[in-house]
Design a protein. Structure first.
Length: 301
């Protein structure tokens, strides 16, 4: 019985849906099913009853779910503990960040941190929130700057930092490119490039809500996962996109970023996150620097 098999089982047992569980673990449903079958073979019992319409736990599955959660929590706690021990000896901090924060917030923070702590090596991982949070839980990251989820994991702590506003990305040949500011109604008939909700729920929902608030239907013509890809598609005149302001710092020729008229909904939250209950002097020092500099960062957000 392997930890990965247990993680697959717990995800499927909590979701009771192989597609959603596989998405949560970023794997194919067929691979998820294979791991669970191997676990059932190892234990010599049936853990789940699967039909084309539903997934239910057997009695043995229900018993295992409780124990599996406990075992995984212990394994994650050990990983955090030993990663922290190793990091103290190596004088490094493993920092994660979403792309817009890596472009806008972190250069300033890391410049200040390097000046104060030249002895500490910062290992930066840039990824989506849904991929960074599991790395915090498992101890592979010490801290991350993310979009806080609607239902945060209790094993994590979050410190709200600021709201990042949004801008409209258009091709420099677009009729709106000469405008100094646009309103959402100016985009009523525009083809939109939007991130997929499963990977970037905050950015996806922001676009949908802004249009809904104005009584408009968003005309989505293209879904794309990465901000850099979205910007490149805008440059190729395939559509326009509503993106976080710091996206404008990403290299992209032929793209203009236009401020969007103020709205209560035109805000994307940004937070620092770390594993609950962990002690880390280097991380805490970086957090204190971050809190002390929020006013400076907020002006640029």
């Amino acid at each position: 019985m392997e930890l990965h098999q247990l993680r697959c089982f717990v995800a499927a047992a909590e979701e009771l849906h192989f597609g959603r569980a596989a998405q949560r673990l970023e794997m194919l449903p067929s691979a998820l099913g294979r791991y669970i079958r191997l676990l059932e073979d190892d234990l010599g019992t049936r853990l789940m009853t699967r039909t084309t319409r539903s997934v239910t736990l057997t009695d043995d599955g229900a018993v295992l779910l409780k124990d599996a959660r406990h075992l995984l929590a212990q394994a994650d706690s050990l990983a955090v503990k030993f990663h922290a021990r190793g990091r103290k000896q190596a004088a490094t901090i493993r920092l994660g960040a979403i792309d817009s924060a890596a472009a806008g917030l972190l250069p300033m923070l890391l410049h200040d941190f390097r000046a104060r702590r030249p002895d500490v090596t910062v290992k930066l991982t840039e990824d989506k929130t849904i991929r960074l949070l599991p790395r915090l839980i498992s101890g592979r990251l010490d801290m991350a700057v993310v979009r806080p989820p609607a239902n945060p994991d209790k094993r994590l702590e979050f410190l709200f930092l600021l709201h990042e506003t949004a801008v409209v990305a258009v091709s420099d040949r677009h009729p709106l490119a000469s405008r100094k500011r646009v309103d959402i109604t100016d985009l009523a008939e525009q083809p939109l490039i939007v991130p997929e909700r499963r990977s970037r729920p905050h950015s996806h929902d922001l676009t949908m809500k802004l249009f809904a608030q104005a009584g408009l239907q968003a005309r989505v013509v293209q879904l794309a996962d990465e901000k850099q890809t979205i910007v490149n598609l805008v440059a190729a005149e395939l559509g326009v996109a509503i993106v976080p302001r710091w996206t404008s710092r990403m290299a992209a020729r032929g793209v203009r970023y236009i401020p969007l008229e103020a709205s209560d909904m035109n805000r994307l939250p940004l937070a620092a996150a770390w594993a609950r209950g962990t002690r880390d002097p280097v991380r805490d020092e970086m957090l204190e620097m971050l809190k002390a500099s929020l006013a400076r960062y907020a002006k640029d957000a």
